[in-house]
Structure formats: C-alpha cells, structure tokens
Write a protein that binds this ligand. Sequence first.
Ligand SMILES: NC(=O)c1ccc[n+]([C@@H]2O[C@H](COP(=O)([O-])OP(=O)(O)OC[C@H]3O[C@@H](n4cnc5c(N)ncnc54)[C@H](OP(=O)(O)O)[C@@H]3O)[C@@H](O)[C@H]2O)c1
Length: 428
Amino acid sequence: MKPYKVGLLGLGTVGTGVVRIVEGHQHHLMSQSGSPIEISKILVKDKSKARSISISEEKLTENPWDIIENPDIDVIIEVMGGIDQTKELILAALERGKHIVTANKDLMALHGPEILLKAAEHGCDVMYEASVAGGIPIIRTLIEGFSSDRITKIMGIVNGTTNYILSKMSQEGAAYDDVLKEAQQLGYAESDPTSDVEGFDAARKMTILGTLGFHANIALSDVSVKGISKVSKEDIAYGKKLGYEVKLLGIAERQDEHISISVQPTMVKQSHPLAAVNGVFNAVYIYGEAVGETMFYGPGAGEMPTATSVVADLVAVVRNSNLGINGRRGFVPYQEKKLKTDEQIASKNFILLHVEDKAGVLAQITQVFAEHEVSLESVLQHPNQTNPLAEIIIITHDANKASMNKVLKQFESMGAVHAIKSVYRVEG
Ligand SMILES: NC(=O)c1ccc[n+]([C@@H]2O[C@H](COP(=O)([O-])OP(=O)(O)OC[C@H]3O[C@@H](n4cnc5c(N)ncnc54)[C@H](OP(=O)(O)O)[C@@H]3O)[C@@H](O)[C@H]2O)c1
C-alpha cells in the first residue's frame, strides 16, 4: 500500500515526539487511518545539532522549499513555531494542495481566518488541535462534540507557566518573583517570561477557543488582557481566607449574541473545579445551554502530550484523504461578531483597599458603591499589622464593568482611601 508522506517542519520538543509516535505506533496508526504513514523529510535550522532520536542524515534539510515544493509530500506538520516565515510557507504549501497540521497558536490566533480560507480554496485540511492546551483534545471537542449545543461560557486555564507560579504561591505562601525565578530554573518559564506572565499566550489561545465556541471570527485585539505579574502573596492569602484561589483565567462569554473575551487573574471559589487545577496542568471549562457544565483537564504542553494531539490530527487528515473528503468539513464561523460594551460585561468583584482607620470611612466607601448601584455581598475590615491604615476587603454581587470603573475612579479621588491595592474578577 502506498504510504502517506509527511514533511515535518521542526524537530524540537514537539517534532521529536511526533517522530517517536509515528515510528513507534505504525501498526496502530495504519489501522486508525487506513494507510501507512512515513515521515519523508524534516526541516531543521541546524543539521549538525545533536538529536535525542536517531534520524538518517538524508531526511534532514535546512531548506524549507525542499519540503514545500516536493510533489511527493501529502501533508506538512508545522512544529517550528514563528509567525511571518511560517505563514508564508504554510500558504505556499496550501497552494500546492498540501494539507497542514500545526501546533502554532501564535500563527492561528493572528492569521487563522486567512489560512483557513486558503485551505478551503484548495480543498485542503488545516488542523491545529495542539495549538491550545497541548494534550487536551479541546478543539475537536468544540467543533464536533459541541456541534449540537449552544455554548455560553468558556473558561480556561490555558497557560501552564502561570498556573505553576500561582499554584506555588498559593501552596507555599511564596512571592511572585521568587517563584518565577524557580520556574525559570526548572524550565517551566522562559528566560523572557513576558508572553506567559502578561497573559499574551493565554489571549492567543482564547482567541482560538472563542472563535470555535461562538462561531464568530474573534481577533486577538478583541481580548482584554491582564497578566499575573502584579499578583501579590497577600492577595492570594486574603483570597484563601475567603475561600478563593487566584487563577489566570481566559473567560469568553456570550449573551444575546454579544461576546466578551478576556484574560485576567481571577478569584475562583475553592468549590469550583478550576480552583483544583494546579501546577503546569491546563483545564477548559465549557458551559453549554443543553449540556450544562463540562470540564476538560490534562497536560497543556510537553513532548509526548503535544505530539499526541499533532499525530491525532495527522490521522484525521489521512483518514479524510482515504475517504476523499479533505477540505470538506472545515469550520466556518457563521455569526457576525458583536462585542459586549462595558455596560454589558458583568461579574462579581474582589476589591482590597487601604483606608484611614477612623470612624465613618466604611460608611463613605459603601456609599460610593450604592451611588453606582453596585450591591455588596460581603465587607471585611481589619487593622493592618504594619501601618496605621485599615484594610477593607469587599466582594460585590454581579456588577457591570462600567459601574465598577466609576466606583474605582471615585476611590482614587477620596482622601480617606490611601490605595486600591487590588481588584479581581470573582468566579464560581
Ligand atoms: N513545546 C510544547 O510543549 C508545545 C506545546 C504546544 C504547542 N507548541 C508549539 O509547537 C511549536 C514547536 O514548539 P517546540 O517547543 O517543539 O519548539 P522547539 O523545541 O524550539 O523546536 C523548533 C524546531 O524548529 C526548527 N526551526 C525553528 N525555526 C526554524 C527555521 N527558521 N528554519 C528551520 N528550522 C527551524 C528548530 O531547528 P533546530 O532543531 O535545528 O534548532 C527546531 O527543530 C511552537 O509553535 C509551539 O508554540 C509547543
């Protein structure tokens, strides 16, 4: 039987796992897909680099066009990362009728619609399961498993680095900077951690999940983003006292066709399943009108978990090819995108204030909330250990973002309020 030929762009962490699975599970993959699968050419930056798997010299190339222009290659697996050059290569491959499997969330979040359009023009498959939550099959779940339901909320812990940092801070009472340093030493955080800790990586993944969940072309610029670099161990300790864990959540919501999408550190009630997701693990919580609550949990990265998703996509492409249906079942967003205004975005909130420790201040504070029609679930006040100010922790009921912004602005100009120490969305 003629083997299905793969061109692999990249032989790093994920590419190595792909080779291990394709070579190690040949019989299983053939029974799943209907064809033998062969990796015929692999693009690397440096052919002389030592590899942890044995690869014959003639399979490696440093020239991407050896793969893109090779008429024998049926599918390209892109696990080299990057955006501009990678996009050019993928579009060129699609023009030549090659199917694409990619793990590249940066590329799909920024250029997904253009790539999917090109694929449709050329009757090609583009699959990107590993681009969100590495080893969790969340993209197939959204496209196929939820095709009968209407999703109203997606909440994701989709960045392992930040979840590792926040879990450690919570478990050990440690400070952000110390845990970040440790995460860098262990290889869980990059030497430049900006993309992870400032929430940009999670925002790219939420762009993909929101687009699939709500069938609208959501752009990266539609996601409001706040990272974890300002989360203090004091915030985490107060949260725990009140029954919350701080998690970096991607939150996509839909109500009456209006969508909001954000990434932000969030106080998650300890009884909510997302609060129990610790370390580098990922989880995606999805609420469907018919099904109700669901949650998907697993490894968000790593050689073999990520390669599992990549090779599952490869099997799907080969199966489609044997059935003659490549490019026929692509995901097509059919909803017009309507973003919520600040008046339409509502949530509970946690606010920690430092205020003058004297009679009447608490009444002034609660009066500000009342003026802007924000009702309160609880108010706690106690003297600060280290200075003459009092600390007030307020949990609001659901309040819209516009009203909350007005409340915070008013606090900024009040003499009795010395500092708005922190503000978190509350979930669960
Ligand atoms: N690592 C994970 O757990 C994970 C999880 C989910 C998604 N992803 C995504 O998967 C992709 C790959 O990640 P990775 O961790 O496997 O990356 P990696 O370990 O850095 O490997 C990248 C590979 O691509 C090759 N490469 C990079 N740029 C190249 C260029 N311009 N020309 C030729 N070869 C080039 C490198 O060649 P050399 O080997 O010669 O340097 C290397 O083999 C990224 O898009 C990433 O976001 C990764």
